[in-house]
Write a protein that binds this ligand. Structure first.
Ligand code: SF4
Ligand code: SF4
Ligand SMILES: [Zn+2]
Length: 200
């Protein structure tokens, strides 16, 4: 777990006495108030982020926290001179990941939270994806889903954290190339095949 905190540079205006004021008080510094009943605040955002997070486990069993798209976004690699596509994760972007959603009516209509709830599990599309990930990316969506179903999401997240932890800095290793986007940026910059563990 880690904490991100930053000061918003601008001020916002919110209605005095509102429930929001009470809720936000610990994170707000009141600047001034007016007879109009309106207060101005400087906001301190404190966001607690779990490295492995249930919201980042996609219905297909993919852990978006170890995906190159998510890690590129999370570490803002473009600002460090590395061109890679960004993605905020399957569930946060309403399952618009290209892998399965486009082809699956159940996922499009939110009828299942995880594919193991589906009577066709594992369907041909998922098996195909799983096979590719077993071959190239050292993980299996189907195994992930079976673990979540039989043992539970919390132990699964703990196991994922352990499996993908960078031995040098403790951040996350990417399943698509085996690199840490925190401490191996030079390696990532020089890597010819950004979506393979080994360069040919
Ligand atoms: S590209 Fe797909 S697997 Fe990667 S973070 Fe986005 S939704 Fe998740
Ligand atoms: S058919 Fe079932 S197993 Fe296949 S992608 Fe859709 S929900 Fe998942
Ligand atoms: Zn690292």
């Amino acid at each position: 777990m880690y904490i991100l905190a930053y000061w918003e540079r601008c001020y916002i205006t919110i209605a005095h006495d509102s429930e929001l004021c009470t809720l936000l008080t610990p994170t707000l510094t009141q600047i001034d108030s007016y007879r109009t009943g309106v207060c101005r605040f400087k906001i301190l955002y404190i966001i607690v982020v779990e490295v492995m997070n249930e919201e980042l486990i996609a219905p297909c069993g993919m852990n978006c926290a170890i995906c190159s798209g998510y890690l590129a976004y999370h570490h803002d690699v473009k600002s460090k001179g590395i061109r890679m596509p960004y993605c905020i994760g399957c569930r946060p972007r309403d399952k618009k990941c290209a892998f399965l959603k486009k082809r699956c009516e159940l996922l499009i209509s939110n009828k299942v939270r995880y594919c193991y709830e589906c009577s066709s599990f594992p369907c041909e599309g998922l098996k195909h994806l799983d096979n590719r990930y077993r071959t190239y990316f050292k993980m299996s969506m189907i195994e992930n889903l079976e673990y979540i179903k039989n043992i539970g999401i919390k132990p699964f997240l703990e196991k994922q954290e352990e499996k993908w932890k960078c031995p040098k800095c403790g951040e996350v290793i990417c399943c698509h190339n085996g690199l840490c986007f925190n401490c191996s940026l030079d390696g990532l910059r020089q890597k010819k095949q950004k979506y393979r563990w080994e360069d040919k």
